[in-house]
Design a protein around this ligand. Structure first.
Ligand SMILES: [Fe+2]
Ligand SMILES: [Fe+2]
Length: 194
């Protein structure tokens, strides 16, 4: 359903399990924060696209609820939210946006990048749900997997409605191939959600 071109290696879950849970949950919390922030910023830039405001407003609320849930998981374990670290994956994806594009084209590119981040999160949450030993974290990641899958569909459908299905699907395929290069640039020791 997600159409990702390069699956995350199954060993990635072991790497997460071996890693520092405080850092992993902190990174995850900021992924949720960034998801909420980017929806807010798209709404601020495109209030004249009514559908954008309508579709993305509930996504902001859900992403912030995810942030709160990750924070609660940290607290429950006596861990603390740390500082945000650089997100190489997202920074590289943002370079894919067309330069000198029309306002509408820029909006489509932003929506597709959001869709891809959702799809990749959803894929990795599924691996965590299936592979983690901690029962509480397993069910936590199951819920998030379902929610991010819904967001992925929201972004793709919104982009298609604004930009036309054929053109958007073509651009989406380009982004899926671009992501392969992005993933290959990130060191294999990378255990972040993104
Ligand atoms: Fe989320
Ligand atoms: Fe999401």
């Amino acid at each position: 359903m997600l159409h990702l071109k390069l699956p995350t290696e199954p060993q990635w879950v072991e790497m997460v399990e071996r890693g520092n849970l405080e850092e992993i949950l902190t990174d995850h919390a900021y992924c949720e924060q960034k998801a909420a922030s980017s929806c807010i910023s798209i709404i601020q830039s495109y209030p004249d696209f009514e559908k954008v405001v309508e579709v993305l407003t509930p996504v902001v609320i859900e992403e912030w609820q995810h942030f709160a849930r990750v924070h609660a998981e940290l607290k429950k374990r006596g861990l603390k939210l740390g500082m945000q670290r650089k997100d190489a994956y997202v920074n590289e994806l943002l370079k894919w946006k067309r330069k000198g594009a029309s306002r509408k084209e820029s909006l489509i590119d932003k929506l597709l990048i959001c869709a891809l981040i959702e799809a990749r999160s959803c894929e990795r949450f599924k691996l965590l749900w299936q592979g983690l030993k901690d029962e509480e974290l397993k069910s936590f990641y199951y819920d998030l997997m379902v929610s991010e899958a819904g967001h992925y569909v929201n972004f793709i459908e919104l982009a298609r409605e604004i930009g036309g299905r054929a053109q958007v699907d073509k651009r989406w395929q380009e982004l899926l191939y671009y992501e392969i290069d992005v993933l290959q640039k990130i060191p294999p020791t990378h255990n972040k959600i993104h």
